[in-house]
Design a binder for this molecule. Structure first.
Ligand code: SF4
Ligand code: SF4
Length: 458
């Protein structure tokens, strides 16, 4: 049983990984800052150059951005538990409490886009706003669009569940898509509708990943509870859930369902349990509308005791089993011959970066296959699974984490500069914010390229 004392929890993680030692070398050439620091602290102690202090343990835990590059999911989970224990005991700074509710910040600022943009772009007021919000002065904040996705979606009548189409999708747009880059969810809706799919956009809050990364279990729970309540209604009405943001997809498919298979309240979804309880490697989606199957675990042996244990395990499992990444969903359509592939040619050299949480979903790179259906496309992929952009939710915005975030992303940015694309393609909009900060290339989501190609043929 893990201790509730945050320092003891952090120390246990340090000792476990120091004993194992694999990541001393395995993680050497990666973006992860945790393991170099862990082994530096451990070696310092072994060489009798000083005991690891409580502050050093807390800092070590804070360096993790849950990117998933390291090999042991249980170790990542121990880091997150230690982070949560530090926050439960020491609290969060008011600026972090403000920033971690990404959906609320973006919705409020996006309600007055002209005013917000003017304030942020003017030197004096921009510096003041960033200072008050705890944002590093050099962090570039994206411009707020004049029309958010929720406003457009309502005008399009997407907020009503019609349950008429043979193929139905409840679309989960994510905070950055809804309020900062609405062209992305709009393109997703257009492509889905062009393929005859009924799209429903239910009320939704942040998927919870940014607050989870900050160790704020209570706020994360609040978001997840709200989303589960709305999404389960869609699933029970025959909708699949589709995410254009890989982090939201990772959260709905895996993080939220973690441990759920061990709860007694699994009901008729019991036959799907093992797929979500065993973590990323075990999740298998056969095709749109076809959830995975696996055996129910031995009842009572393990408990569902994670962050979300108080939310119906049956609902979490049903949502996980019916959630697809947008690229995965479209590729499934293509594999069954149901995707409209009347694509027009697209020119220009492009480089695709597969984001961390897409890799964590273990679904390969569906967008690469889809984009290569486009005539004349010149698409290279950024190979190597040890890259990370370093933005890590809101961590890259924070005054005291900005430099670490830039350092984390620098290996990836060097690689991109080497490739020198005309357009940089990635499905993670948080990565887009970091790319806009660090490299001069135009950044697009793959669905924007697909929609551009489809539109040119209409
Ligand atoms: S993360 Fe896993 S493999 Fe890496 S050092 Fe820790 S225990 Fe070993
Ligand atoms: S999740 Fe990422 S940042 Fe955290 S320890 Fe693993 S590799 Fe490092």
């Amino acid at each position: 049983m893990l201790s509730k004392d945050p320092e003891k929890m952090a120390r246990k993680f340090l000792d476990d990984c120091a004993d194992c030692d694999i990541c001393r070398y395995l993680m050497e050439d990666t973006s992860c800052l945790v393991f170099p620091e862990l082994y530096r602290l451990y070696d310092k102690e072994v060489d009798r150059r000083g005991k690891v202090t409580d502050e050093e343990l807390k800092h070590l835990i804070e360096l993790c951005n849950f990117c998933g590059l390291c090999p042991c999911p249980n170790i990542r989970s121990d880091i997150m538990k230690a982070k949560h224990a530090f926050v439960s005991r020491d609290g969060l700074k008011p600026s972090i409490r403000f920033l971690e509710d990404v959906e609320r910040v973006a919705r409020v600022c996006g309600a007055y886009p002209r005013l917000t943009n003017r304030l942020l772009q003017s030197k004096g007021s921009g510096e003041l706003v960033k200072k008050l919000a705890g944002i590093h002065p050099q962090r570039k904040v994206p411009e707020f669009p004049l029309e958010s996705f929720p406003v457009w979606a309502k005008q399009q009548g997407l907020d009503v569940m019609r349950a008429k189409g043979e193929k139905r999708v409840a679309f989960f747009a994510g905070c950055t898509g809804q309020y900062l880059f609405p062209q992305v969810p709009k393109a997703a809706v257009e492509v889905l509708r062009q393929n005859g799919i009924e799209v429903y956009y239910s009320e939704q809050k942040c998927c919870g990943m940014p607050s989870l990364l900050e160790g704020d279990g209570d706020l994360t729970f609040e978001f997840v509870k709200f989303n589960v309540g709305h999404l389960i209604a869609a699933v029970e009405a025959g909708y699949d859930i589709v995410c254009s943001c890989p982090t939201c997809g990772y959260m709905l498919k895996q993080v939220m369902a973690e441990g759920a298979a061990n709860a007694p309240d699994t009901g008729r979804h019991a036959d799907r349990l093992g797929t979500v309880s065993q973590g990323p490697q075990a999740t298998v989606h056969k095709g749109a509308g076809e959830p995975s199957t696996a055996k129910k675990p031995i009842e009572g042996l393990l408990k569902d005791e994670g962050y979300f244990a108080a939310i119906s395990a049956r609902h979490r499992i049903a949502i996980a089993a019916h959630t697809y990444d947008l690229g995965e969903y479209l590729l499934n359509l293509h594999r069954t011959g149901a995707l409209d592939t009347r694509f027009g040619p697209i020119n220009g050299r492009m480089a695709y970066y597969p984001p961390c949480h897409m890799r964590e979903q273990k679904i390969g790179q569906p967008y690469v296959e889809l984009l290569r259906l486009i005539p004349e496309i010149d698409l290279a992929t950024i190979e190597g699974s040890f890259y990370c952009c370093g933005i890590a939710g809101i961590m890259g915005f924070k005054r005291d984490f900005h430099a670490v975030s830039i350092e984390m992303g620098s290996r990836l940015m060097d690689k991109i500069r080497e490739m020198d694309p005309e357009r940089l393609v990635s499905d993670c909009l948080s990565c887009r914010i970091q790319f806009n900060q660090m490299v001069p290339y135009r950044v697009v989501h793959p669905i924007e390229i697909i929609w551009e190609s489809v539109s040119s043929e209409r």
